[in-house]
Design a binder for this molecule. Structure first.
Ligand code: M6R
Length: 364
């Protein structure tokens, strides 16, 4: 049932081109997006002013990336909230708002409670859910189903990737319905989003280098991930993946925050992963890389082909295919998934069932 792979996680990583393509095509065809299967209408999209994205864990990281994309493409106000915090806040929810609950299982207790709270307060809800018929799918007003198929590994990979593209498509349709995007830009994004599956495939074909790098870091005690904008969101996910299955202490920071405290943790040999795909922010993050390097950090750089600016700074660089900045997270996350996988395997851990964790967190 593992389809010839040693672990479900590796199998699911390799399923990503297919399931991401399926999820994209569930609403995008011939350059046009239809949300008929989801329910949310163009008119509703025009009237919404505020979005609350509520989720836990990796789904929350998708929300972080989605916020940047929604803000870039639309004039919507967007807040991203951890479900376990959101539900206990005494916060006035804006009129004309939409709560987007992202959940693979559709059963996460805090996310479900947050959904119910929104409904009680009269806020319209949209679930981005993978499991058909799950509680969140049943109770949300509208549902965008990701088509990842069953995900067995506790560490999410393919469901996360499907949630990301669902968020892009949602942002694109919001922009379109609200007349906030030109036809040309929409068409360019629609063409570009279609290239994600084959580009993920290309990254997967080049996994040996990552496997080699992973073998060099199995014994590290700490790791840091830095990035700005979407790259920060991906760093958060990379860091969670690593700690979850390899038990290496790991933290992700917005690169600009380093100087406000965390840089004191950097010492000779500390491994720092830098995600640098957002062209407008290249220089700023690279200057943060230089700062940690001068304190002895060992730098892993993750950037886009064509950006060779960090070659002199990073000790090991991985390049992802070129793509619109907004979609880069779908590619940059793949090497980070593979890396955590290989580190976990290298340490002899139970990759699919890491200690202390459950696939679906149904307690609060
Ligand atoms: O089923 P959900 O998407 O609601 O689960 C949310 C988190 O529990 C989940 O993403 C968790 O963080 C993963 N184990 C991360 O790999």
């Amino acid at each position: 049932e593992k389809g010839g792979y040693e672990h479900f996680m590796l199998k699911e990583i390799h399923e990503q081109p297919k399931v991401v393509r399926d999820t994209i095509h569930s609403v995008l065809q011939n350059g046009k997006i239809s949300f008929e299967s989801v329910g949310l209408t163009d008119e509703e999209m025009r009237n919404i002013q505020q979005i609350y994205i509520v989720a836990c864990g990796s789904a929350y990281h998708v929300g972080m990336a989605a916020q940047y994309v929604l803000e870039e493409l639309t004039s919507l106000q967007v807040r991203v909230e951890l479900a376990s915090e959101f539900r206990y806040r005494t916060m006035t929810l804006a009129k004309n708002s939409l709560a987007i609950i992202i959940s693979q299982s559709g059963e996460t207790a805090d996310s479900l409670a947050a959904l119910r709270l929104c409904k009680e307060k009269g806020v319209k809800t949209l679930g981005i859910v993978n499991v058909v018929g799950s509680s969140i799918a049943r109770e949300a007003d509208d549902v965008f189903y990701t088509l990842a198929g069953p995900e067995i590994s506790v560490a999410t990979t393919k469901a996360y990737s499907c949630q990301l593209v669902a968020a892009y498509l949602l942002a694109m349709q919001f922009a379109k319905a609200r007349g906030e995007i030109t036809e040309e830009r929409f068409a360019a994004l629609a063409a570009d989003i279609e290239t994600i599956p084959e580009k993920i495939q290309r990254i997967l074909e080049d996994k040996e280098r990552l496997q080699w790098f992973a073998s060099k870091i199995v014994n590290i005690k700490d790791a840091f991930f830095i990035g700005r904008g979407i790259d920060y969101a991906i760093g958060m996910e990379g860091s969670l993946k690593l700690k979850e299955i390899s038990y290496i202490h790991s933290e992700a920071y917005a690169a600009g925050e380093l100087k406000h405290g965390p840089i004191s943790l950097i010492e000779d040999g500390t491994v720092v992963f830098s995600v640098v795909t957002q062209s407008a922010l290249y220089e700023k993050t690279i200057s943060n890389m230089v700062e940690v390097k001068s304190r002895g950090a060992k730098l892993f750089g993750l950037t886009t082909y064509g950006n060779y600016a960090m070659e002199d700074t990073a000790d090991f660089t991985v390049y992802i295919p070129k793509i619109d900045n907004l979609f880069a997270g779908s590619l940059s996350v793949i090497p980070l998934q593979l890396l955590s996988y290989y580190v976990s395997v290298g340490k002899g851990f139970d990759v699919d069932k890491p200690r202390n964790l459950a696939k679906s967190v149904t307690v609060e």
